[in-house]
Design a protein around this ligand. Structure first.
Ligand SMILES: [Zn+2]
Length: 1015
């Protein structure tokens, strides 16, 4: 007999032993090694390879675990899945870390010692960068094995391997042949201390330095000095009324490029130097010294004043800005505030604030003119009153600014006071005006970080630098962008809502510096002084996994197998023709073999394997890599590979929070993965990562959740043990001889297996869209609810027959197979306990729906009992009766016929209106009598509309459903659930003439809603 007491006495499950056992078995059987098998469909999954400068912590695990669950799912669906892993050594972080160790950086040393528990000896060795990489490489790899990731480790490599460098050289030579590597002067994010370009990998907090092109418009002071102001809206030059200068900031007078004299903030002078200007500082001057002076506006030639403004920051632009109160809500409000407060400024006695906003752009919503076409109120004033802005500090100002800016950009037209630009849309005029004023020498371009401060890992604040004669990948190339869009349009993006972000990034990307002066990696083949940086040598390496399998490591290998491998000593002989042939199919194999000193058969074997596994079927990564890595991945594939080898799918996931908070060293909530596995088991961690959030959301990792999951897994294990005992009681011969037939099974057996088919359908659909949270919820909780109910039913009926074991065997078998991609260790163990037929549950395959087991009558029957118990318990709770007798009345036959008719009106004719339905019923002589009982019809309509869609559809197909049979079947359970096992349960149909109905309750019965009378 199955133990129906839900309080299991969990035996202490030795998770670590189970995990070790299965890791060993998988290794022994080489279960995750995949080679071409032309009889099977392939599925190639990769996930961004890790950077070995620290061990993995809980936060890193989500993307890898998701990719692994995906790989395992596809394997169970019958695909030949390739899931490989490499290690990314390239770049500056490892180098930077090694320098920090050498300099005795206390924070870093403590992190290694106390968070990651690295031994002192190992830490000492970290002054050598490569020691850091290989130490954490090993740690991460062990962690991945302990997590049960189903990786083909034969393909492992690092990005400083000799052959990998050959591969990256080939990538760059190929890009250069296509004209996509350019030399020129372009802006880059830059660390002044390291003298190196910086990107996401090089900055603290992993932020990509993001910069924009500002237009510096020059205003002339009467002493010959020029005041340049930075703006993103050059078209508003026609509406400038004044400049803003911060009275308390120290500015400098500079000689720039030997031809002009400017006044800018100190910070701006430094930034201009990085932008290739020759800057000589002459003297300094405080802002207050020029407040009240006038400058000449370069277009209208009017004299406009310099007003004081503390909101102007010295580090933004040049530290002095132009004021366009007609169109910039901030400027409008600042003028208003200044008018009010000028009397408070003792230092500016006599300063007259006398400015009228100039409107230069008109649009439907923000253009108010009288009959003479003179503007009555400026757009900025209008929007400020709309947003009810109070003063300069009001956060609404930001919203008002964004709205007006975007409105005028898309819908605005230039007005009469803008010369030849009148009538032109702002979106067009903007670029024309910019080009005109730059060519006239009235303006220049200045690049500026828009997400500052961005700090390099060395701690230095980054700037924008124009790099001269440097190497760039030209992501700005129009034709290249077109191909990238074409690829994206054909790809699956999961979740789909992230597609727009890719479109945006593809449009927005421009030339990108692809080399660094320092760091680990491959030398730029065009210019060996430079090293290819880490976001450029990690974009097509998925194809390298095919090659990596064929290279021997440094250990000597047997003569025999060496024929099928590239010996590491032979790598020098390989050149671009090798990769041209393997990855592009170009060239003559005999010639390649001769040039590279390897056999034709080996080259063909690698080429075949590439043809089999490519294109990549799914690329997994965290969401933060959309704006660089994942987009570069698309760009480089479309540039290098033929269309049939373009990637097919990208899967993006959010990050992991710890107890609702971001993980950070300062919060002390970083948990190393391997320590967590020891404490909680790999399966529990995998489930906690994947079950708490849908893909894009941040997953919240909490110890309560993980304990809950752990106990769920304990239950699943215990059920399997109990089941194996039941099974042994009946003997295994039983299972081959028993055929589940209607005659032998009970309602609850048929119900459990029918429900199981619904779950398989739902879970499979969820998995196909990688809605893993939903899938796991169904596997862990919905299936569990069904199992609990089944137990309740068989216990109440005192069943002790072999059919229970048969039913449970089907249920457990399917459930554990659906759990297997997520919790591989316990799934294998349970599979073995319940006598699964294969060496590994992976070979058992993903469950397939058995249509013969769908049983709508059984589902309806159990639902009726479940609903009745709930109704009964509600009544008992309200009335506080201790029952001795409960009489249940099922509805009369004529009510059931009417119910069926109403169901047809609602589902087939889409009629839900009471009046319409009533009219139809009255028209039909068979049902005309309902006109005396409108309340009954009203209730039935409500019953139907409040039922789930699947219940309505199910009932539509059941032309007749006998409620008495299941209610009689559940009498014992109904007594138990009434709170008194002795309660007598009587079931009557309303149609019965001789029924016990002292209170005439039976007339209240409705189909699927029996009436209840309690004594
Ligand atoms: Zn730096």
């Amino acid at each position: 007999m199955i133990n129906t007491n839900n309080q299991y006495n969990h035996k202490k499950i030795e998770w670590s032993l189970i995990e070790e056992k299965w890791r060993h078995k998988w290794d022994e059987q080489e279960i995750f090694n995949s080679d071409p098998d032309f009889s099977k469909k392939k599925y190639f999954i990769t996930v961004a390879y890790p950077y070995p400068n620290s061990p993995q912590h809980i936060g890193h695990g989500r993307t890898y675990t998701l990719a692994d669950a995906h790989a395992r799912y596809m394997r169970m669906k019958g695909y030949n899945v390739l899931f490989p892993m490499g290690f990314h050594y390239t770049g500056t972080p490892i180098l930077g870390m090694s320098r920090r160790i050498a300099s005795g950086d206390k924070e870093l040393l403590e992190t290694f010692q106390y968070i990651y528990h690295v031994s002192e000896d190992a830490i000492k060795s970290f002054v050598e960068p490569i020691k850091i990489a290989s130490y954490f490489h090993n740690e991460i790899k062990l962690g991945m094995k302990e997590m049960g990731y189903s990786i083909d480790w034969r393909r492992e490599f690092t990005t400083i391997d000799k052959l990998y460098s050959k591969f990256i050289s080939w990538q760059f030579n190929t890009l250069r042949k296509k004209g996509l590597i350019v030399q020129g002067s372009h802006p880059v994010g830059w660390c002044p201390k390291d003298q190196n370009p910086v990107s996401q990998h090089d900055t603290i907090g992993d932020v990509e330095p993001d910069f924009n092109e500002y237009i510096l418009i020059k205003f002339k002071l009467d002493d010959g000095y020029i005041i340049p102001t930075a703006t993103l809206r050059p078209e508003t030059i026609y509406g400038v009324t004044n400049l803003w200068v911060n009275p308390n900031v120290e500015y400098v007078r500079i000689q720039i490029d030997n031809n002009e004299r400017w006044i800018v903030s100190k910070e701006a002078a430094r930034k201009l130097e990085f932008l290739n200007h020759k800057v000589a500082i002459k003297s300094s001057i405080y802002g207050k010294e020029i407040v009240g002076k006038y400058v000449e506006d370069p277009i209208r030639k009017d004299l406009i004043p310099l007003y004081p403004a503390s909101f102007v920051e010295s580090n933004n632009g040049t530290g002095i800005v132009m004021s366009v109160p007609g169109h910039a809500p901030y400027d409008f409000q600042a003028i208003e505030d200044l008018k009010k407060n000028i009397s408070l400024h003792n230092e500016f006695v006599g300063l007259k604030v006398d400015v009228t906003p100039i409107t230069i752009i008109g649009s439907d919503d923000y253009y108010y003119a009288d009959v003479n076409d003179s503007i009555l109120i400026s757009p900025a004033a209008k929007i400020i009153s709309k947003f009810k802005v109070k003063d300069q500090e009001d956060p609404q100002l930001e919203k008002a600014t964004n709205e007006l800016y975007s409105h005028e950009y898309y819908k605005g037209k230039m007005l009469q006071n803008t010369g030849k630009y009148v009538g032109m849309p702002v979106s067009v005029a903007k670029d024309m005006i910019k080009n005109e004023i730059i060519s006239n020498g009235i303006a220049e371009i200045m690049f500026e970080l828009i997400n500052k401060p961005v700090r390099c890992r060395c701690g230095t604040e980054c700037v924008v630098k124009i790099l001269n004669d440097q190497w760039f990948i030209n992501y700005g190339d129009k034709n290249w962008k077109k191909l990238a869009h074409e690829c994206l349009n054909k790809m699956d993006i999961v979740p789909e809502e992230i597609r727009q972000e890719f479109n945006y990034v593809i449009d927005w990307l421009r030339e990108r510096a692809c080399a660094r002066k320092s760091g680990l990696g491959t030398k730029l083949p065009l210019d060996e002084d430079w090293i290819i940086e880490s976001l450029s040598d990690s974009v097509i390496y998925m194809s390298y996994y095919i090659v990596a399998k064929y290279i021997t490591n440094n250990n000597s290998i047997s003569e025999d197998s060496s024929k099928l491998m590239i010996h590491v000593n032979n790598v020098d002989a390989l050149n671009d023709s090798f990769f041209d042939y393997i990855l592009l199919g170009n060239g003559d194999v005999r010639q390649v073999a001769a040039e590279c000193n390897i056999s034709i058969s080996l080259i063909e074997a690698i080429r075949n394997e590439f043809s089999y596994f490519y294109p990549l079927d799914a690329r997994h990564s965290g969401r933060d890599l959309v704006q660089n890595h994942l987009s570069f991945f698309i760009f480089n594939h479309v540039a290098i590979f033929a269309r049939e080898n373009w990637p097919r799918k990208i899967v993006v996931n959010g990050s992991v929070l710890m107890e609702g908070k971001k993980m950070s060293k300062s919060l002390g909530n970083i948990i190393p993965l391997r320590a967590a596995i020891k404490e909680y088991s790999a399966d529990a961690i995998r489930l906690a990562m994947l079950s708490s959030a849908e893909l894009l959301q941040d997953a919240d990792f909490s110890f309560d959740a993980i304990k809950g999951i752990r106990s769920k897994l304990d239950d699943i294990y215990d059920i399997a043990l109990e089941y194996s005992m039941v099974k042994s009681k009946f003997g295994s011969s039983l299972f081959s001889s028993i055929i589940l037939s209607e005659a032998k099974t009970e309602i609850e057996d048929r119900w459990l297996l029918s429900r199981l088919q619904n779950h398989i359908t739902d879970i499979t659909a969820s998995m196909d869209n990688l809605r893993v949270r939903k899938a796991l919820h169904d596997i862990l909780y919905l299936l569990d609810q069904d199992l609990q109910w089944y137990r309740k039913r068989i216990t109440a009926k005192n069943r002790d027959d072999s059919l229970i074991a048969v039913t449970l065997s089907i249920f457990l078998d399917n459930r554990i197979r659906m759990l297997a991609p997520f919790a591989p260790f316990i799934s294998e163990e349970v599979w073995e306990i319940i006598g699964g037929k294969y060496d590994s549950i992976i070979f058992a395959g993903w469950p397939i729906v058995d249509e013969d087991k769908r049983d709508p009558v059984a589902e309806e029957s159990e639902q009726l009992i479940i609903n009745l118990i709930s109704d009964l318990q509600n009544i008992l709770k309200v009335t506080k009766i201790s029952p001795t007798k409960i009489i249940i009345y099922t509805s009369a036959r004529w009510k059931q016929q009417i119910y069926q008719k109403i169901l047809e009106y609602i589902l087939l004719e889409n009629k839900t209106n009471f009046g319409d339905i009533m009219k139809e019923l009255v028209k039909d002589p068979e049902t005309a009598k309902v006109k005396n009982d409108p309340k009954l019809i009203r209730n039935m309509i409500e019953d139907i509309l409040s039922d789930p869609i699947e219940a309505r559809n199910r009932r539509l197909k059941l032309t007749f459903f006998d409620e008495i049979f299941p209610l009689n079947d559940a009498k014992k359970l109904l007594s138990l659930e009434s709170g008194n096992a002795q309660t007598e349960i009587i079931v009557h149909s309303e149609d019965e003439i001789q029924k016990y109905d002292p209170r005439e309750k039976s007339k209240y019965s409705r189909p699927f809603k029996p009436a209840i009378y309690i004594e």
